[in-house]
Design a protein around this ligand. Structure first.
Ligand code: NAD
Length: 353
């Protein structure tokens, strides 16, 4: 595995490997860019990596994604991510996560970790015993708690900006929105949209989730396949990644795609296909940054009101990206990436001067 060519090509700062014989810890921390502040990103803990290269790839890809997300969210953090290759045999989970916390501590605050796929609030509490460079603690422990309602609020603000710019509307009353996945983010999103007079369609593989949305919010429940072909203003993917793919694209009859899921485009070319079909895509990492903005607030001292105000500004960011994309005849996700690279280049040049 040759790391330096990748690190050079995509401008990674450092990759750290940690091992602890006592607990069986094997962890990788990738720091992509810390120009704007310490790398902030969750710890993914997975037992199914076939190879070390797979785990490194994940850490690298996710860390770079965090640089882009934090930069566009205007928070003073960079991109970092950790991956733990969990032992396949039984292990002492509290001890392993505490050992990981100590490993993070050796980076002296260049990396700040939090929960991610495969880690729980309990795991985060164990990490906290080894380092103070942890955010996303439960509210009862002085942390910012569940990020999902903030992510949902950010998505609503993004949809409001989209509605204003592309549909010329200053409220969402009567807008038609379909939501794929009414879980931790999708459900509060549905509730906030319902409060704004939006007509909702929902689909989820969990019937309990859709039942609640129908009973409490009057949402129309359809199958995931039916949902894709609805003639709605906005389709909001809020389940797994890759919702926009070769199979779903031909079915779509929405005017725009704007939801919380990470990596909504299965491949970059799917963004181009959306654009060619006249469907506006609001880049996922821009519109779903509310949870990150909220957790980042913990570093300077958690204040829920401040968090809400910052998340609310996702409206301005989305609006500016849509505006620039239209002016340049370009795609919003291309414009978003370019803004990030421009901001980083400018900040690096200023630092070097
Ligand atoms: P969740 O697991 O609580 O909700 C996902 C929902 O999607 C569940 O109800 C699940 O049953 C449903 N689902 C799964 N597969 C499906 C399928 N094939 N078809 C239909 N429904 C399906 O997760 P969440 O925290 O709400 O996150 C949703 C998405 O948003 C994820 O992609 C996540 O990475 C992303 N995201 C979440 C946050 C956050 O704050 N939680 C922040 C940024 C991005």
């Amino acid at each position: 595995m040759d790391l330096f060519p990748t690190m050079t090509e995509k401008a990674y700062e450092s990759v750290h490997f940690f091992h602890d014989s006592r607990t069986g810890l094997r962890a990788i921390v990738a720091l992509h860019d810390t120009t704007f502040g310490p790398g902030l990103g969750g710890t993914r803990a997975i037992s199914t990596y076939e190879t070390e290269a797979e785990a490194v790839d994940d850490a690298l890809r996710l860390a770079r994604g965090m640089t882009f997300k934090a930069t566009l969210a205007n928070i003073p953090f960079g991109g970092g991510k950790a991956v733990i290759m969990l032992p396949k045999e039984p292990f002492d989970r509290p001890a392993l996560f505490e050992a990981f916390g100590r490993a993070v501590d050796t980076l002296g605050g260049r990396y700040i970790t939090t929960e991610d796929a495969g880690t729980s609030p309990e795991d985060v509490a164990h990490m906290r015993r080894g380092t103070k460079h942890v955010v996303g603690m439960p509210r009862e422990m002085g942390g910012s708690g569940d990020p999902s309602p903030f992510t949902a609020f950010g998505v609503v603000r993004g949809i409001e900006a989209l509605a204003k710019f592309h549909f010329g509307r200053s409220d969402l009353e009567g807008l038609k929105v379909s939501i794929l996945g009414v879980g931790h983010v999708g459900y509060p999103l549905a509730r906030l949209l319902h409060e704004r007079g939006v007509k909702l369609w929902v689909a989820d593989v969990n019937p309990e989730a859709t039942r609640r949305a129908a009973e409490e919010l009057g949402a129309v429940v359809v199958s995931p396949e039916e949902l894709l072909s609805l003639e709605v203003d906005v389709f909001a993917p809020c389940a797994l990644g890759g919702a926009i793919n070769d199979r779903s694209l031909p079915l779509l009859r929405c005017k725009a795609v704007a939801g919380s899921a990470n990596n909504q485009l299965r491949e970059d070319r799917h963004g181009k296909e959306l654009y060619d079909r006249g469907i506006v895509y609001v880049p996922d990492y821009v519109i779903n940054a509310g949870g990150l903005i909220n957790v980042a607030q913990e570093v300077e001292g958690y204040d829920e009101q401040k968090s809400r105000e910052k998340v609310s500004r996702i409206y301005d960011t989305v609006y500016a990206i849509l505006e620039r994309a239209k002016a340049e005849n370009s795609r919003p996700e291309v414009v978003a990436d370019r803004i990030v690279l421009e901001r980083l280049a400018k900040a690096k040049a200023e630092k070097a001067a």
